[in-house]
Write a protein that binds this ligand. Sequence first.
Ligand code: NAD
Ligand code: LMR
Length: 329
Amino acid sequence: MTTPVQVTVTGAAGQIGYQLLFRIASGQLLGPSTPVVLRLLEIEPAMKALDGVVMELDDCAFPLLAGVEATSDLRHAFDGANWALLVGSIPRKAGMERGDLLNVNGGIFKPQGRAIAEHAASDVRVLVVGNPCNTNCLIARSSAPEVPADRWFAMTRLDQNRAETQIAKRVGTGVAGVKNLAIWGNHSSTQFPDFANATVDGVAVPVAVGDDAWLRGDFITTVQKRGAAIIEARGASSAASAANAAIDTVVSLTTPTAPEDCVSVSVTSRGEYGVPEGLTFGLPVQVDLAGAWHVKEGFAIDEFAAQKIQLTTDELLAERDEVKKLGLV
Ligand code: NAD
Ligand code: LMR
């Protein structure tokens, strides 16, 4: 039997965990011939709930599931991890300032970053889902300088999926026809879903849609505020679509990208498109035939786009300043 891939999921007993684990175990993350060991991290109070999830995983009798390790111990959770999906975090509560939230999450992502550096496999790749995911990723990466910067990702794929659906619906076509849709910046309400470089059924989106006011207005705000709209409607944040986007991210990062397309994912900036170096920033990425990723070149950035990208850059710089002040990076 092929050596199983070790996949760590933190916050495994949470909403997203419940939507994610069964899909990983069924082969949707790494393909139908790759066995996986799930390494599930939770905090002590959630271990009983996690036991229940493990029972359900057992009861699915997934042929590809080669083992499950449920633990509240960081070392055990990240031991030999090839992929680490950092989902668990503390959501913002009423009256909490951004600094408070970053401080609380620093207490989670700093030690997790260290544990990844010390115990994960030498090829580990990390996807941060827990919010604020870009800056949480920066915190974890900063405490794990041994792990190369190109192995750290934060999730902006849900935003890409949301944007693609809005455009497909507007044009009245299938979502598979929408390509090259980049999400720039932060996974927050300042993100910039870039319609101008995207295509639908091979036609530039502005031409296919034929309504610039909608693209520059409602389209952008719908995507930016979709997370909040779901919380308002469901009384809880997106979970199934977030888990789906986490799967999509890993699949896209392990599959060559078609030349006319891109993957939206937050990566460590090397200064591409003028983005400050070292920020975890949503960019258009392509994966080559050898499995390496790079930021896709050639996106046209007009004045409107430049202003939007500046706004989200400023927000991420402010978050970075805040965590620097707190001594987290
Ligand atoms: P949830 O509250 O249902 O689950 C979070 C789980 O994390 C809980 O079970 C909790 O016990 C656990 N946890 C807390 N601290 C932990 C720690 N130190 N180690 C391990 N586990 C810990 O939340 P959820 O709905 O599953 O969402 C998880 C995170 O994902 C939230 O921060 C949410 O805002 C974020 N999110 C991100 C995106 C995105 O697109 N990037 C989309 C949706 C949700
Ligand atoms: C989402 O985009 O659905 C979430 O990040 C929203 C949230 O704040 O949990």
